[in-house]
Design a protein around this ligand. Structure first.
Ligand SMILES: [Zn+2]
Length: 232
């Protein structure tokens, strides 16, 4: 069964691994919208994940743990990881390479400001808005209390859902527009693992609507996740 490597070492790449010199201007393109193919669905990449434990067991609410605390601690952890990945690829995501915040197919994400106005903006600007919004929320003691015994606010789940939607879109944009750069960096096993973890956690705790995950459903299925969750 060739082609499917076990990591830890992301340097165990085969001959198909891209090198930095392979990132030519024509490959970067504008949003890669002209590319119909989805390289992240190719079997040799889909199977590259960090060996891990049972994701469903990992994401389920552990016995004796408060559900809001579990959601809050995972929200913080996912934000830190995804922000880090986004930063690692930020030099490739500019207003000229990504004039719109796009995802697979014709998906274009618009930012809704505090006045409810929808703003079409570049992907890096959307990412700035999203990460700043999440950062502000996570550091708001009224929303994510850190003191023992503090109560979570009413509607906490809706804020968590919004954070997960923004994090999901961030990964969708990376897969859609920056997968070649992800391959060059050797980041794809980590990306697949993080995406799987986020998706399984979201499904298990009802954080994302099927309508929002639909543009990435082909990858979710290819990664073999999302089964049996709806029945559990
Ligand atoms: Zn971009």
């Amino acid at each position: 069964m060739g082609g499917c490597h076990s990591y830890p070492s992301a340097s165990e790449a085969d001959d198909t691994t891209l090198r930095p010199s392979d990132i030519s201007n024509n490959k970067l393109g504008i949003n890669n919208n002209n590319l119909d193919e989805r390289p992240y669905l190719q079997p040799q990449y889909v199977c590259q994940k960090i060996p891990t434990t049972d994701m469903h067991a990992l994401t389920a609410l552990p016995p004796g743990v408060d559900q809001s605390e579990w959601l809050a601690s995972n929200t913080v952890a996912f934000f830190k990881h995804i922000n880090l990945f986004s930063s690692a690829l930020s030099e490739f995501c500019t207003p000229s390479t990504c004039p719109t915040a796009c995802g697979p197919g014709n998906t274009v994400y618009t930012w809704t400001d505090e006045q409810g106005r929808k703003l079409k903006c570049s992907a890096p600007l959307y990412s700035d808005y999203a990460m700043s919004y999440i950062q502000d929320l996570l550091t708001d003691e009224e929303v994510f209390p850190t003191k023992a015994g503090s109560a979570f606010p009413n509607g906490f789940i809706f804020l968590v859902q919004k954070v997960f939607l923004l994090l999901f879109r961030t990964l969708a944009h990376i897969y859609w527009s920056h997968y070649q750069e992800t391959l060059v960096l050797g980041l794809q096993p980590h990306l697949n693992t993080l995406f799987t973890h986020l998706t399984v956690f979201s499904l298990q705790h009802g954080l994302l609507d099927p309508e929002d995950t639909q543009p990435m459903q082909d990858l979710i299925s290819a990664l073999g996740q999302g089964q049996n969750i709806g029945n559990s």
